[in-house]
Ligand binder design. Structure first.
Ligand code: F6P
Length: 561
């Protein structure tokens, strides 16, 4: 066995075996050669029970994975791969609070955020669950006061507008959850989300609001993120200008969500009005921490608790269920199957629920910041593709734009269809039309339409190739009863754990994000080069130097004209 380097978290006894040298990997390679030419049409024809058999239920979510290019043997081998890769011990290590985020020496405990009162999860010997519940209680008290109009702004008016300022995990979760759960939200209040340092974002968010009725939530794990701090300072100036410049007003109109009390205080926010979380919560795994303050303000503490309960049910399913019935494990393994054996570069997430319109964007950070990695845990270059590109749009809209490429293009794009039995806004036959489209798209992708059928339907010969649907394009269909806060929690946890499974097989660290650092540092250096009055000495490559000079020249010309 290869020696584990100092500070490296050993996964399992078997983990140092290179992924592609594992027995199950080799078996999958051979198996792939047999299955790559087999059509889903054939698989369904050979096994009339396939559509019923290849399904799994978890916490009242239903997954039909029968329209994947797999057989029982594929599933068996993928599960062997998970076992050989130490996925089980990795799951146990996460739930135990081990520091599995090795490069940052941190535990990975978003699961503690939804652990019930009385549970015990230790980090450095301390049970973190009571701290989680203390923050939840503080959030509950605060949200109650704001929602009841008891929290007054500086001039004595109740809060009607809430603006969350944050970016990445401090924005995508809150905005996705707000949109997803709008049905349950307090409609007498406005909720807006500002993330981009492009001033248009903030300007449009505040242009029709009264400062005296507006509350800003500055959400930033580090409280040093350039975009968030720039927006927070500008929001502060807008507020002070609107309220006569009285610095005391900041305390009634700004609260913070952060792990960095010192920076929060330096900004001028009373740390009494700060809602904390911990370094063991990754930004993209934080929507159910205090980062969800805007969510709780919008939907109320009871619905927020239901959402946490949903997360927890999926956590328990993931933690305790054998892999062959474990929904996140199966979804994660299918992602590995397509990424590494079929060479699929992307995966589409297609919610047939308008309220989930930001869900694909949320998943992009969750999946790609987690598994967009090129080295293994022990720092070796991977020799296989990792994290696929996730993207998507709600159906049926996507059908009228990019589905053409999924159906007839040259790439294999595995799809996740997400739909609900019950609509939140029943109206005539709309829901049946919506659901019919989900089922029809998955069927068309899998089964396709042969040249014989196209001909039999009367197409002239020259048109036949254009009208043929090759089919054999894989998808999952994920169904839930209704989009509720609880269901949303289950869905998010399902993808979190699918991402975890993928990362564990690939032997990468799904919990750091060093790849975002370099651009941030370079931007900090370039700001003064763009802004300074005096000509700056530029030491970049000639392209970057030229772009900076061009901007400076344009700025000068604009000033003169
Ligand atoms: O850009 C990367 C990142 O660090 C994300 O991981 C994070 O969610 C986001 O920036 C925002 O960070 P913070 O919450 O510290 O402002």
């Amino acid at each position: 066995m290869k020696e584990v380097s100092a500070g490296m978290t050993p996964q399992t006894e078997t983990s140092p075996v290179l992924l592609t040298n594992r027995k199950s990997w080799k078996a999958l390679e051979e198996h792939y050669q047999g299955i790559r030419g087999v059509h889903l049409r054939q698989l369904f024809a050979d096994d009339p029970q396939r559509g019923e058999r290849m399904t799994v239920e978890a916490a009242n979510l239903f997954l039909d994975y029968s329209k994947n290019r797999i057989t029982d043997e594929t599933v068996k081998l993928l599960i062997e791969l998970a076992e050989e890769s130490g996925v089980r011990s990795r799951i146990d290590a996460m739930f135990r609070g081990d520091k599995i985020n090795d490069t940052e020496k941190r535990a990975v405990l978003h699961v503690a955020l939804r652990a019930p009162q009385g549970a015990s999860i230790l980090v450095d010997g301390e049970n973190v669950v009571p701290q989680v519940h203390a923050v939840l209680e503080k959030m509950t008290g605060f949200c109650g006061r704001v929602r009841r109009g008891e929290w007054k702004g500086h001039t004595g008016k109740p809060i009607r507008n809430v603006i969350n300022i944050g970016i990445g995990g401090s924005d995508l979760g809150p905005v996705m959850a707000y949109e997803a759960l709008k049905h349950y939200s307090e409609r007498s209040m406005n909720f807006r989300f500002v993330s981009n340092v492009d001033a248009t974002d903030l300007s449009e968010a505040i242009c029709d609001l009264e400062p005296s009725e507006t509350l800003f939530i500055i959400s930033s794990k580090t409280f040093t993120t350039l975009e968030t701090m720039a927006n927070a300072h500008s929001a502060r100036s807008w507020l002070l200008k609107g309220l006569g410049g009285d610095e005391k007003s900041v305390a009634r109109h700004f609260v913070a969500v952060s792990t960095n009390a010192a920076e929060v205080a330096r900004f001028g926010i009373d740390t009494e009005n700060m809602f904390g979380f911990w370094d063991w919560v990754g930004g993209r795994y934080s929507m159910d921490s205090a980062i969800g303050l805007s969510t709780m303000l919008a939907i109320g503490p009871d619905h927020f608790q239901s959402m946490l309960h949903g997360f927890h049910q999926m956590d328990e399913h993931f933690r305790t269920t054998p892999f062959d019935r474990n929904m996140p494990v199966l979804m994660g393994l299918l992602a590995v199957w397509y990424t590494d054996f079929f060479g699929a570069e992307t995966a589409a997430v297609l919610p047939y629920e308008q309220y989930l319109k930001r869900f694909p964007a949320y998943l992009q950070q969750l999946t790609m910041e987690s598994n967009g990695k090129h080295v293994t845990l022990d720092g070796k270059e991977v020799t296989y593709p990792t994290g696929p590109i996730y993207w998507g749009e709600p159906g049926t809209n996507g059908q009228h734009s990019f589905y053409q490429l999924i159906h007839q293009g040259t790439r294999l794009i595995p799809c996740d269809f997400i739909a609900f039995d019950e609509p939140l806004n029943p109206l005539g036959q709309h829901h049946e039309i919506l659901l019919a489209n989900v089922f029809a798209q998955a069927e068309a992708l899998a089964i396709g339409k042969t040249a014989e059928r196209v001909k039999a339907e009367g197409s002239p010969d020259w048109l036949v190739p254009h009208r043929v649907f090759e089919g054999n394009r894989p998808s999952n269909t994920l169904l839930a009863q209704k989009l509720t806060p609880e269901t949303l929690g289950k869905l998010v946890a399902l993808y979190e754990h699918s991402v975890f499974t993928q990362g564990a097989v690939w032997q990468i660290n799904s919990f750091d994000q060093w790849g975002v650092e370099l651009g941030k540092v370079l931007a900090k250096n370039i700001v003064p080069e763009l802004a300074s009055e005096a000509e700056a000495e530029l030491n970049h490559d000639s392209s970057t130097n030229n772009l900076i000079r061009r901007y400076r020249k344009r700025k000068e010309t604009a000033k003169l004209s």
